[in-house]
Each structure stands twice: as structure tokens, then as C-alpha cells.
Design a protein around this ligand. Structure first.
Ligand code: THU
Length: 120
């Protein structure tokens, strides 16, 4: 799957973000080794540490469906209700979760900004 296609899936997933506390909406699309794609959005909570980032939502959906081999993840984020402007890089907790399942030599993190530039 092309990077841009995976980014499009992440943009679609971002529409489901539940982010009334930060107002920052994120979408992610995770490509599995078998070609399947799992998407996720951030889901916040009034008890803020209970918030789940978009990346972890996608990874946990995949693991809960029996997938543990991943090739790439696309991530897009920005203020809710607007198109993302800046690159949105994963937080430390999400990186820790990626470290559990993803090969650091080959796993690709794909980001896109508002200008449509892709950073891998
Ligand atoms: N967030 C993500 O979902 N992924 C990221 O890569 C950055 C941060 C979420 C967490 C929180 O709901 C909001 O964005 C603001 O940090």
C-alpha cells in the first residue's frame, strides 16, 4: 500500500476523534504484514490520563483481532474541525507500545503536513 493511501485512511479515521478536552484531533492507520489496515482516533476522557492516542487505538484494535506484525503507521493530527497543518509525531507512550510489536529497523512512521508533504 502506498504511503499516501495510508495517510488518506488516517485522515478518514481522524473524523471520529473524541477530543473535547484538548480540541486536538488525531487519526492513524496501521498497515499489518498481511496487508490489512486498522485505523484509530484519539479518545479522550475527563480523567485525562485515561486518554487513548490514535496510534494506540489502531494498534490495540489490531492486536485484539489477532494481528501482531506491523509494517507501517500513518499519523495525522491538528486542531479539531480544521485540516492538519503540522506534522504530528507519536508520543512516548505510543512509541513504547510500538517498541513492543514493531521492528525498529523496518517499521515505518508516515506523517503528512498541511502542504501534503510526507515525512517518513
Ligand atoms: N495525540 C494522539 O492521539 N497522537 C499523537 O501522536 C499526539 C497526541 C492525542 C492525545 C490527546 O487526545 C491529544 O492528541 C492532545 O495531546
Amino acid at each position: 500500500m502506498e504511503n499516501r493511501e495510508l495517510v488518506m485512511e488516517a485522515l478518514k479515521a481522524r473524523k471520529q476523534a473524541y477530543c473535547p478536552y484538548s480540541g486536538f484531533a488525531v487519526g492513524a492507520a496501521l498497515l499489518c504484514a498481511d496487508g490489512r489496515v486498522f485505523t484509530g482516533c484519539n479518545i479522550e476522557n475527563a480523567a485525562y490520563p485515561a486518554t487513548n492516542c490514535a496510534e494506540r487505538t489502531a494498534i490495540f484494535k489490531a492486536v485484539s483481532e489477532g494481528k501482531t506484525e506491523f509494517r507501517a503507521i500513518a499519523i495525522v493530527g491538528g486542531p479539531k474541525g480544521k485540516e492538519p497543518e503540522n506534522f504530528c509525531a507519536p508520543c512516548g507512550v505510543c512509541r513504547q507500545v510500538m517498541a513492543e510489536f514493531c521492528d525498529p529497523e523496518t517499521f515505518r512512521i508516515i506523517l503528512m503536513n498541511g502542504a501534503g508533504e510526507i515525512r517518513e
